[in-house]
Design a protein around this ligand. Structure first.
Ligand code: OGA
Ligand code: MN
Length: 304
């Protein structure tokens, strides 16, 4: 089978065919997928139902794996591996979770635009989300292109924010949703991480605007002014022209680059089962600032 990559019209995202992800990844296929994700940021693989073991094996091929908040929460899992994150409205007994549980708050927090694990170091590099049961209505996942958003930012905004850093805090999105009941000890286990607002994507050398729901303040600004700036920037990067909307079918596997995109789930009826499993690699060298070069691909200056 020959790997085929068909870019979506918008420049963000591509569909990948000609591969069976349940089989061990060859070196050539891994390199081709990494080259494709460096460029397109979101890769869609249709008809790839994966066992739990196969999903973990696939993800390990791309680097060491992230445990997300399980690192500190140590919750009981329905799955065979800690590295499988349960992105569902289902409780540990396999029943639809009650609406007032923390699992559902976590699920709803995924509906805020974010980059996975940006609240920690290392943060997330690639996430792989496998669809088991999809919502009959709603429940799409949207992705936005942080590189195209940077390119389109007015020059005075670029000057204003270059060199600035934002604090990313794990519980910020939970607080926004009214879930504030955490002990001092729990809070102490989740120190915030700081990232530049303007970063360079190391695999494409393109600049990007790094914001999202975990960003809670801007270093050196008052809380109020920093938050307004973050809200303004989030509004900019999530304009429709930078967004790809994924409509799920069972068996889809969507892989995205958390360094160059944000994503969010869309609302769906929480009384109907929606089940996804995620594996995520750690961005081990994410703290190293990549050199920016002047060579950009044809998507870089696309007028929007
Ligand atoms: C995730 C996530 C959104 C969704 O799995 O990281 O944010 O649509 N999911 O389930
Ligand atoms: Mn996510």
């Amino acid at each position: 089978m020959k790997l085929e990559i068909e870019p979506f019209p918008s420049c963000l995202g591509a569909e990948v065919r000609g591969i069976d992800l349940s089989q061990p990844l060859t070196g050539d296929n891994r390199a081709a997928i990494e080259a494709a994700i460096a460029r397109h940021a979101v890769l869609v693989f249709r008809d790839q139902p994966l066992s739990q073991d196969a999903q973990v094996a696939l993800a390990r091929g791309f680097g060491p794996l992230d445990l997300g908040l399980k690192r500190v929460k140590k919750t009981v899992s329905r799955f065979r591996h800690d590295e499988l994150l349960d992105i569902s409205n289902v409780d540990t007994n396999g029943e639809i979770a009650a609406r007032d549980t923390r699992r559902i708050v976590g699920n709803l927090a995924n509906q805020l635009w974010h980059s996975d694990s940006s609240f920690q170091k290392p943060a997330a590099r690639y996430s792989m989300l496998s669809a088991i049961a999809v919502a009959p209505q709603g429940g799409d996942t949207e992705f936005c292109d942080l590189r195209a958003a940077w390119d389109a930012l007015p020059e005075d905004w670029k000057r204003e924010i270059e060199g600035r850093e934002a604090v990313h805090y794990a519980l910020h999105s939970r607080f926004v949703l009214g879930d504030t009941d955490y002990t001092e000890a729990q809070r102490a286990e989740l120190p915030p991480a700081t990232w530049p607002l303007v970063r360079t994507h190391p695999d494409s050398q393109r600049k990007l605007l790094f914001v999202g729901a975990h960003a809670s303040e801007v270093v050196g600004m008052t809380l109020a002014e920093g938050r307004m700036l973050l809200m303004d920037l989030l509004e900019h990067v999530t304009q429709r022209e930078f967004v790809y909307v994924h409509k799920w079918q069972p068996g889809d596997l969507v892989m995205w680059d958390n360094r160059s995109t944000l994503h969010r789930g869309r609302r769906y009826d929480l009384s109907i089962r929606r089940e996804m499993r995620r594996t995520t690699t750690l961005d081990v060298d994410g703290d190293k600032q990549a050199a920016t070069s002047d060579t950009v691909d044809e998507c870089a200056h696309q007028t929007v």
